[in-house]
Design a protein around this ligand. Structure first.
Ligand code: NI
Length: 178
């Protein structure tokens, strides 16, 4: 497994719509292994393939591993589709590995039902709620080129984007000095 570089906003690559996967081949499984390794290293609880520069409809999630016991429970979603949501919203403070060190409260449907192919290419349907439902919807946004900051007002979003550009500049300066 290989740890990949995670693209960060405002990289235009993150704005594209990801393509469906034809079938879950060995290459796609290797991609998912690399994504998971990259996500654990980052560290985060979800990652979409586009975030490591592969515009395919593939997501990995593990909302369990950052609990106290640290037990890993990876989930793999290929070609995920949300087939239903509820009207009730829940609010979580969200962050994103492509929007480093920035957090904001985002409202999303508190439950969703998602259809997808699993690691072995089998079709699955999952009913998710709570943090998992939010995480699935956050990752699925990535497949449409949407970041959590796109759910904020333009004013709030612009403040965050300016901070990101500033921190990118200062980190590249550090690299030159080193
Ligand atoms: Ni994200």
């Amino acid at each position: 497994m290989t740890i990949k570089r995670i693209l960060t906003a405002p990289d235009p690559f993150l704005k594209q719509i990801s393509n469906p996967v034809d079938s879950v081949t060995k290459e796609i499984q290797i991609l998912m292994d690399d994504m998971l390794e990259t996500m654990y290293d980052a560290p985060g609880i979800g990652l979409a393939a586009v975030q490591i520069g592969v515009p395919l409809r593939v997501i990995v999630i593990d909302i369990a591993w950052r609990n106290e016991d640290g037990k890993k429970e990876p989930m793999y979603f290929v070609n995920p589709e949300i087939i239903s949501t509820v009207e009730t919203l829940s609010t979580y403070e969200e962050g994103c590995l492509s929007v480093p060190d920035q957090y904001a409260e985002i409202d999303r449907p508190e439950k969703c039902k998602v259809k997808y192919l699993d690691y072995d290419g089998n079709e699955q349907i999952m009913s998710a709620e709570g943090m998992l439902a939010t995480c699935i919807q956050h990752e699925m946004d990535h497949l449409e080129g949407i970041l959590f900051i796109d759910h904020l007002s333009n004013l709030k979003k612009n403040i965050i984007v300016k901070k990101l550009i500033k921190s990118k500049k200062s980190s590249s300066k550090e690299r030159i000095v080193a």
